[in-house]
Ligand binder design. Structure first.
Ligand SMILES: Cc1cc2nc3c(=O)[nH]c(=O)nc-3n(C[C@H](O)[C@H](O)[C@H](O)COP(=O)(O)O)c2cc1C
Length: 357
């Protein structure tokens, strides 16, 4: 039973990755996080010049995060960090491509590799710029080259295939979603301190968007994919892998709970593999593709409530918009003629008394 994977020529202890964010933003933080059970670390987005963000720039947003975080140390300081850093976790230097032209981004990558970087990634909200950058980088760099994609790209298949043709070695998806806006109703002020108050959404809420993205990327191309966006626990990590991800990145959850979350997710993934008697985490990679191809869709199933389990809480009746659920003496029951099979009642039942037949 093993969690280790091969990725970009590195042997990782597990598929969990710390993606670009404040926790990998300088020498001290990189030293600190490398003590946790993290398979691979991406640096915070590297820019030519240091930058600071108007405050506040990271806020909890219900169970997720919003941020307008452009803070970073500059390229010169990064070269110093990379040349001095001695950690036991593979590190990918991530270049904030969106601030510079492709040739400058590639020059930055060349400098970082000279300083000791063993792999680079380019991040941009413009996917065509990423294709140009990878094409150029491939002629100048021998180390593995990655990109991180923005959410919602058009012409996904074309962009992905162009990236592969340009020579990309792995693809991460996705960056946080934005721009977004959130407002304090006491004052009417935006919650973030950026000039127009806008920012980006990350964390738990974006998981289903990322999952579909990873599923599509791994359908179109055959390079390793890192699923990042909304992973908070071993369940969401498993979903990423089942959708086709090789690696699973996190940023918001370690910010909210501390980097010890990596140790917890690793432990829970091991328990899951043991319970299910699965030899290697890679055996689960992409299994949802096969299941989707083979499964028969049906419009004939209807809800059924197990009266032995039902606690009569009434949650199912409240959400049953066709009015098919009614209360009997011992439990709730479903009128199979009025039930439309939507599944909402099953998903709100706290004791799993509702099934489909
Ligand atoms: C506070 C904060 C700062 C971030 N900074 C960067 C960055 O510098 N470069 C980058 O590519 N992504 C950055 N991201 C995006 C994350 O790397 C990640 O793609 C996104 O947050 C989704 O993952 P999550 O849901 O696990 O947070 C940042 C995210 C947060 C929350």
């Amino acid at each position: 039973m093993s969690l280790s994977i091969d990725f970009l020529g590195f042997r990782l202890k597990n598929p969990l990755m710390l993606s670009e964010g404040p926790l990998s933003g300088d020498f001290e933080l990189l030293k600190l996080v490398s003590e946790y059970r993290i398979g691979l670390i991406f640096t915070k987005g590297i820019r030519l010049k240091p930058a600071i963000s108007p405050v506040p720039f990271i806020r909890k947003y219900e169970r997720s995060l919003i941020n307008a975080d452009w803070s970073c140390i500059g390229m010169n300081e990064w070269l110093d960090v990379i040349s001095k850093l001695d950690i036991n976790v593979p590190l990918v230097t991530s270049i904030a491509k969106n601030y510079v032209k492709p040739d400058t981004a590639v020059e930055m990558a060349v400098e970082l590799v000279k300083a000791g970087s063993k792999a680079v990634s380019f991040v941009d909200y413009n996917s065509n710029e990423l294709i140009k950058t990878v094409r150029l980088a491939r002629t100048k760099l021998k180390v593995p080259i990655m990109v991180k994609l923005p959410p919602f790209i058009h012409d996904m298949e074309k962009v992905l295939k162009s990236l592969v043709r340009a020579g990309v070695d792995a693809i991460a998806a996705m960056d946080s979603i934005g721009p977004i806006l959130s407002i304090d109703i006491e004052t009417g002020e935006p919650l973030l301190g950026s000039v127009d108050g806008s920012g980006y959404l990350s964390g738990r809420y974006i998981l289903p968007v990322t999952l579909k993205y990873i599923y599509e990327i791994s359908r179109f191309v055959n390079v390793p994919v890192v699923g990042v966006g909304g992973v908070t626990d071993y369940r969401s990590a498993l979903q990423m892998i089942m959708a086709g991800a090789t690696g699973v990145g996190m940023v918001s959850e370690p910010l909210l709970k501390g980097p010890g979350i990596f140790n917890k997710v690793e432990k829970d993934l091991k328990s899951y593999l043991k319970k299910k008697d699965i030899g290697n985490i890679s055996d689960l990679r992409g299994i949802t593709h096969k299941i989707v191809e083979e499964r028969k869709v049906s419009a004939n199933m209807r809800a059924w409530i197990n009266s032995d389990i039902c606690t009569m809480c009434g949650a199912c009746e409240k959400v049953c918009y066709p009015g098919a659920i009614s209360k009997n003496l011992k439990s709730y029951t479903v009128n199979r003629i009025s039930c439309v099979g939507c599944g909402l009642c099953e998903s709100v039942c706290p004791v799993n008394a509702v099934t489909f037949k």
